[in-house]
Design a protein around this ligand. Structure first.
Ligand SMILES: *Cc1c(COP(=O)(O)O)cnc(C)c1O
Length: 357
């Protein structure tokens, strides 16, 4: 098989060993003669998968006892509404930080249920940075923010200080670096950026912060109901959860989030050095807000794009086109992307400058 350097923003690269094991399980799961996707989700073999996936999340994030882990459906997008239903009391307001498309999507859903105070925004500068010196009001029910902005390539370097419960959409940087998970009332993340295939979303929940809104919550959006059913309220997405479990094992075996963070720091160093040291390119995000997951950059001279595009394609690179709202290029460097792939891209960029500089 030809090696492809997969910089896709999501769904995205997964470890090769995970893909191989998952493909075997689709045909014959654990030598049972049955496929993983043709057995009951209530059968012991699948319940074991679910329990291992949940406990690996607890282990990797070093979660205290009071935290629960759920694997649900609806993507992070349904998480926007689930957040408001579970944390916004009737008549209360919520504080949101607007750092891009996903953050504004979350704001839009919360507005369906109550008042939203957008306490900081980088919309006026094309979402090219993370707002600084954010003051979180104590009279809001909770703070919501998006830790990594997949589309614009910005990432919180330090999380805002807050005395109220904090909910975070970590879809595109979960398990990419050490965090203090117990600072959060809830973290949610769609699987398809750093954990697995599309089709499941992980919720990491401080149980003690639930049940305070006085709302009637639709069954599927009620996190307490899911917790009481051990994430099996209805048929869970068995295949995405299984692949996520394999990826979580892979992360643990690599040395956990600290080891992954080291790799990710190295990839980001190579990538941003390739942009900054090259006269033909400029980055989209300001230096202090740059994402270690998604590097956004463009050519100063658009007329070189055809040459550049054919060069990176010839080098076996895939998925480098920027999001339509930013343009240019986006190199997504999720956990499973090897350092060598970033080096290949850096070399192509340097070669472009050598020939056209
Ligand atoms: C991709 C992404 C989403 C959307 O996730 P879906 O699973 O497609 O709903 C939301 N937030 C962030 C930060 C993302 O990167």
């Amino acid at each position: 098989m030809n090696k492809v350097h997969n910089f896709s923003a999501g769904p995205c690269i997964l470890p090769q060993s995970v893909l191989e094991e998952a493909s075997r399980a689709v045909v014959d799961f654990n030598n049972s003669g049955l496929s993983l996707i043709e057995i009951s989700h209530r059968s012991k073999p699948f319940v074991d998968v679910m329990e291992e996936a949940r406990s690996l999340v607890k282990e990797l994030l070093e979660l205290p006892e009071r935290y629960e882990v759920l694997f649900l459906q609806g993507g992070a997008t349904l998480g926007f509404l689930t957040t408001a239903y579970n944390y916004l009391p009737v008549g209360a307001k919520a504080a949101y930080i607007d750092t891009g498309t996903w953050a504004s999507g979350a704001i839009k859903e919360a507005k369906l249920l109550g008042d939203v105070d957008v306490i900081a925004s980088s919309a006026d500068s094309g979402y090219n940075h993370i707002p600084k010196n954010i003051v979180v009001p104590n009279d809001a029910a909770y703070l919501h923010f998006t830790s990594n902005n997949t589309i614009y390539g910005t990432q919180f370097q330090d999380f805002p200080k807050s005395d109220i419960p904090v909910v975070c959409d970590m879809s595109s940087d979960i398990f990419s670096k050490r965090i203090k998970a117990d600072d959060f009332a809830m973290i949610y993340a769609g699987a398809q950026k750093n954990m697995g295939p599309a089709g499941t979303v992980v919720y990491i929940i401080d149980k003690e912060q639930l049940g305070k809104t006085g709302r009637k919550i639709p069954t599927y959006l009620d996190l307490e109901k899911h917790i009481s059913k051990d994430s099996m309220l209805n048929t869970p997405p068995v295949f995405p959860i299984y692949v996520s479990m394999l990826t979580l094992r892979w992360m643990r075996d690599l040395g956990g989030v600290d080891a992954i963070e080291k790799r990710n720091n190295e990839k980001a160093r190579v990538m941003y050095n390739a942009i900054d040291s090259n006269p033909l390119f400029k980055g989209h995000a300001t230096a202090d807000s740059r994402s270690h997951m998604n590097a956004t950059f463009m050519l100063n001279d658009e007329s070189l794009s055809e040459t550049f595009d054919s060069m990176w394609k010839a080098a076996g690179i895939s998925g480098l086109k920027g999001h339509r709202s930013v343009g240019g290029y986006r190199a997504s460097m999720y956990n499973a992307l090897p350092v060598e792939s970033v080096q290949v891209l850096a070399d192509v960029m340097a070669e472009l400058a050598r020939v056209n500089g």
